[in-house]
Design a protein around this ligand. Structure first.
Ligand SMILES: [Zn+2]
Ligand SMILES: [Zn+2]
Length: 285
């Protein structure tokens, strides 16, 4: 939405070239870690947030109060957010009144998430019927669900391919609609956020055609998936070129630091996301 350069805002290399609507080699897409499973993904002018507003710790880090205030206020780097994504309704991912307040404060932002999230929002403080037109509530079904969303004046800036992957923890969590969102920004950078997905490999085998339908440049599985499978198998099962584990507890397990896998543990950490390798860099606006 705004012609600002996220790289500069994040304190990375300041670019002299004008910001392109499409990521280029000089201005790649990037992921910026907030806490737990909260991530800002930026590609050119297109910005999305995963699981950004939650209020319950359950032993996992909360988003720092100043960062949460910046999200709510739409201050850099949270200005120009086009859509927020909710993986599932657990309190360490989602706070219905806070999301209502966010949508009220940012009338251009869209929301994608499980229908359970919309139901919670409707019952929560701050609900406004006008939100309905901006919410893409995904039914609790097995197959892939596709959405094409506008951003920054482009009708198809954001492509979403979402699938229900059961929540980790077995049958006791079967009633929770946990969505794995594969999101392509500006046709050039594809990321995947899996919420609290199970590490049961059989589930991913069932959905192999979904994962093979599009290569993900960077996937963000919960740490228990990456810890159990390792980097190579995780990339293979998710059809992802790179993976970074999220949802790291405050008391980090001993094996994490020596595992050799990549995890987001520090708020403000970033990862560059390369464009599709078959795409030639361009400078379109
Ligand atoms: Zn959960
Ligand atoms: Zn969780």
């Amino acid at each position: 939405m705004m012609k600002t350069c996220l790289s500069a805002l994040l304190g990375l290399a300041v670019l002299s070239a004008p910001v392109s609507a499409h990521p280029t080699e000089d201005d790649p897409a990037s992921a910026y870690f907030l806490a737990n499973e909260a991530i800002l993904v930026s590609a050119g002018e297109t910005r999305i947030l995963f699981d950004p507003l939650f209020s319950v710790s359950y032993g996992y880090p909360l988003v720092a109060p100043d960062v949460r205030a910046a999200i709510m206020a739409g201050e850099a780097p949270f200005d120009g957010v086009d859509a927020i994504f909710i993986s599932h309704i657990h309190g360490d991912h989602f706070d219905a009144p806070a999301v209502n307040a966010y949508l009220a404060a940012h009338p251009d932002v869209l929301l994608v998430g499980p229908e359970q999230a919309e139901r919670d929002m409707r019952a929560a403080e701050g609900w406004d019927e006008a939100f309905t037109a901006r919410i893409h509530a995904l039914p609790f079904i097995a197959g892939t669900q596709e959405l094409v969303l506008p951003a920054d004046g482009e009708a198809d800036a954001i492509t979403v391919e979402a699938i229900h992957i059961p929540h980790a923890g077995g049958p006791g969590r079967a009633g929770i609609q946990n969505m794995a969102h594969r999101v392509t920004l500006n046709g050039a950078a594809t990321v995947m956020h899996l919420g609290d997905a199970t590490p049961d490999a059989a589930i991913y085998a069932v959905h192999e055609s979904h994962f093979q339908a599009r290569t993900t440049q960077h996937a963000f599985p919960p740490y228990w998936v990456l810890g159990e499978w390792g980097d190579a198998d995780t990339r293979t099962r998710l059809n992802a070129e790179a993976v970074t584990g999220i949802h790291i507890p405050i008391n980090q397990p001993d094996w994490l630091a020596t595992s050799g896998e990549d995890y987001f543990t520090e708020p403000g950490a970033t990862r560059a996301i390369p464009s599709h390798s078959h795409d030639t860099p361009d400078s379109q606006d």
